[in-house]
Design a protein around this ligand. Structure first.
Ligand SMILES: CC(C)(COP(=O)(O)OP(=O)(O)OC[C@H]1O[C@@H](n2cnc3c(N)ncnc32)[C@H](O)[C@@H]1OP(=O)(O)O)[C@@H](O)C(=O)NCCC(=O)NCCS
Length: 372
């Protein structure tokens, strides 16, 4: 069967959602797709928001999204993109080749990558010129167990689903709890505060300037970029932003969001960003301590970070040793452009990847319905 590939447009949202439904992934609202399409970095580059596969009759047969971000390096603006939500239906079997080679051949990027491949898609990327990267950590995810009982219940539900899927087919949300809806007040360690001011002249803007001045490749964390991220209309709970300050200056920050992978997974507190100035050794441990101290009262069964760089692993220190090691299939692959400044100066976090836009938000409406 002839399969063709073309850039998506705003009339394709229904077809893209149908493909997500087909593989059991969360769908976006119309406003959510429109928000993603209006990603300022993508518009600046003039890149497609994704590509659709079509069969000979013009019916949708697959999709991949294209999440473009601005990066900064030594005073220059660069662009990088991650493919996300790659789906190929059985009738287009093998057509991931078309999607990935199209994604990889778009111009103007210092890096084409995915840091969120699942075990099924992980082997695909190296067929098309992408390499497993970062060398030491491309297969590593870290998690800290917060609520052992909820983790056990989640395992039981997974086992039931594996043996008798009909019992869980009703898509009834399990493992919700009232803390998701009404978390206790936060308890924060010395130096850590909740970050609310994302104005262009805020203390956070000063942190962003200091981060850029360090000479590494950093994904755009300007106040404007964070405001755009937080405006995702499909978020059900506002992500938690924490700042680590010394002498009234922000020296590190973290962003974490509650997610629930599917109706039978327990809620997780997922770290989307964790970054600090190079000479601030206390920031990452203090921000992590804050997340560990509050994850339970926010309703999480685990605290998790789904990708780590060697640099972050070093900064986590003993905290990394206390984590459970998840993953293992190699979820990170990259193809660097020929003039890329070099892998040594880029230490991506989940912020650089698609986690912030792909994780399934906790269905808060379902929490309210079950509490009623
Ligand atoms: C992961 C996924 C995108 C891969 O799609 P794909 O393009 O069909 O994958 P492959 O290229 O490996 O092809 C599948 C098989 O068809 C074979 N194939 C390749 N080209 C073919 C062709 N023209 N005709 C028939 N078969 C073909 C491949 O050799 C492969 O065989 P194998 O399973 O024995 O190795 C698809 O399985 C999918 O949508 N899965 C669900 C969603 C998902 O998990 N996505 C990953 C998100 S991170």
């Amino acid at each position: 069967m002839t399969i063709t590939v073309r850039p998506i447009d705003e009339t394709d949202h229904g077809a893209i959602n149908a493909l997500h439904r087909f593989v059991g992934w969360p769908e976006r609202s119309e406003a959510g797709w429109a928000w993603l399409e209006n990603n300022p970095a993508r518009l600046e580059l003039g890149a497609p928001a994704g590509w659709l596969l079509e069969d000979a009759d013009g019916d949708p047969a697959g999709f991949t999204g294209n999440f473009v971000q601005r990066f900064h390096h030594e005073g220059r603006t660069l662009y990088g993109a991650t493919g996300f939500s790659i789906i190929v239906t059985p009738k287009a079997r093998g057509a991931s080749r078309k999607l990935i080679t199209t994604f990889n051949s778009q111009p103007g990027l210092f890096a084409h990558y995915t840091f969120n491949a699942n075990a099924v898609s992980a082997p695909l990327y190296k067929r098309y010129g992408m390499v497993a990267w970062p060398n030491e950590t491309h297969a590593l995810k870290l998690s800290w167990r917060i609520d052992a009982l909820a983790c056990v219940e989640g395992r039981v539900w997974r086992e039931i689903d594996r043996r008798a899927p009909r019992l869980t087919e009703a898509r009834h949300e399990r493992l919700l709890n009232p803390r998701l809806h009404e978390p206790d007040a936060l308890t924060l360690p010395h130096g850590v505060s909740v970050l609310t001011d994302l104005e262009d002249d805020s203390r956070f803007a000063g942190f962003w300037d200091a981060l850029k001045a360090e000479g590494k490749i950093v994904a755009d964390r300007s106040p404007e970029a964070l405001r755009w991220r937080l405006a995702d209309p499909d978020l059900t709970l506002r992500p938690l932003l924490l700042a680590y300050s010394r002498d009234a200056t922000i020296r590190g920050y973290a962003m974490a969001m509650m997610s629930k992978g599917n109706p039978i997974e327990p809620p997780m507190l997922e770290i989307i960003d964790l970054i600090a100035l190079e000479d601030e050794a206390k920031a990452v441990p203090a921000l992590m301590q804050a997340l560990l101290m509050n994850a339970r009262s926010m309703g999480a069964a685990k605290l998790r970070i789904q990708m780590v760089s060697p640099d972050l692993l070093r900064r986590l220190g003993p905290l990394a040793d206390s984590a459970r090691r998840e993953g293992g299939w190699g979820h990170c692959h990259v193809k660097f452009g020929s003039t890329a400044p070099g892998a040594a100066v880029w230490s991506p976090t989940p912020f650089d990847a698609d986690y912030g836009i792909c994780l399934r938000p906790v269905p808060v409406g379902a929490v309210e319905r079950q509490a009623a």
